[in-house]
Design a protein around this ligand. Sequence first.
Ligand code: ARG
Length: 566
Amino acid sequence: MLMHIASSLLAPYVAVTAGELFDKLEYPPQKELGDVSLPCFAFAKTMRLAPQKIAEQFAERINADQSAVRALAVGGYLNLFFQADHWKSDIVASASETSYGHSDIGKGKRVLIDMSSPNIAKPFGIGHLRSTMIGNALVNLYRATGHEVINVNHLGDWGTQFGKLIVAYRKWGSRVELELAPIKESLRLYVKFHEEVEREPALEDEAREAFARLEQGDPETRDLWQYFVDESMKEFHKVYDRLGVSFDHFTGESFYNDKIDAVVRELREKALLEESEGAQIVRLEEQELPPCLILKKDGSTIYAVRDLATAMYRKQALGADSILYVVGAEQTLHFQQVFSVLGKMGYTWAEQCRHVPFGLMTVNGKKMSTRKGKVVFLEEVLDEAVQRALDIIDEKNPHLPDKQTVAEAVGVGAVIFGDLKHHRQLSVDFNLEEAVSFDGETGPYLQYTHARICALLRKGDYEVLQGEHFVNGAHLSSETAWECLKTLSRYDAALQEALRDHEPFAVARFLLDLAKAFNRFYNSGKIIADDADKTEVLSKLSLAAAVANVLKDGLGLLGIKAPREM
Ligand code: ARG
């Protein structure tokens, strides 16, 4: 918000539009350097003056006719200090609005977000959690900034692994076991296959044949496959319900089965397809990438060609202006190849396809791998987080009504925040005890700050006071109040940063700053006292209410609930 005010305020002096100015403004690293600053280096050429001189000229003129800000030139930067008294009530009023910080900058743009995309007949590992939660936060952020979003779950429901599963089921599986615990049993079969294949390499060929039969539509193989898909979907839906995530489309890889021939034909017509050792490939030498494999020797399709068909469908049938793929960093090469092949096919929109990679995640130091059967199940992680949250609530607030629901929101929120508070490219080792703690940089800390504000507002009869008195910014004169207000005013900038970099982390970081700034204000003096002036109480409570509003909204964007009591 301060940036917006600063850009319209500075525009007439600098002679560029407020919009252009907005992009140039920065938040200084230390508060001694002001609230917002404008680097003047870029003007040096046109104005034929040293940046410091330019900053001084601007500062002089601004100080001569503006009373709401003070300007100071330092080392080529024009630093603006907002005069607290002037802005306090404005910030409180805007930050109390429901969609404060949201905008419509993305109006008219359709963004497709490919997210979550677990593999059928395998457990939903905590690795897919990252894609689901980062993806979900991006969906919310894009919507909050006016974009039209289509989110798609590109289920891994096709590929040679089904050949393996089918062979393993026929050899070592039983319907009874499978019906009892479909995913666990499929996983056991999958692991068994990989053990057996070491001894009996011919199993690989059998699996390839089984998959080829599936691709050709053999009814019996198809039925078995459908069964695996249906059972997996039941499990996935349980997880999505708990996480509060929904999808516009569940179009997995198999959906593109009948769209692949056309792609292969087009590649051939455009003279991009080459034979190499019996397989069909597209060379990507100019892109300095290894060739992209399109069809295997036996003609069966692979991941990459399905992604080509998928991207074309999304562009042509769904009308996506841009496509984001929220997928682990280990698939970077795959997406470089897919986007490059699209580019070679002459599709300039390939530039609008973006891989949004993220690092690995371990839980309490444990890696996840389906192959060797060492898997950490997301549901178990969530259950444990919820149990820990319940233990803390039992201790802190034993009489809380509906404890289980609150514990669910806190435990699940802790897991989500434990992920999103990191730069997505970093590897995360997830420590449950730390993540669920009510102190420190955690989701529960934010939820707790929010719930405490709700309690404060109830205790202080905020709603009654609101009807009887007016907020007076003069009562928010302390340093801690002003710091809290200034932090509040940065919400829109945090959302835009998160959107620009595809980093929900920016929102998580902002919320921690806000909660800390609020707690410093809260701890610096009593807000509700019997003999206190009512306008003063109301003014302070409105700051608290604005903070609660923004905490709730920000947590919501990250996909985390904010209970009113905990
Ligand atoms: N199912 C894949 C996996 O778990 C992720 C799919 C990502 N989306 C895509 N269009 N390739 O590795």
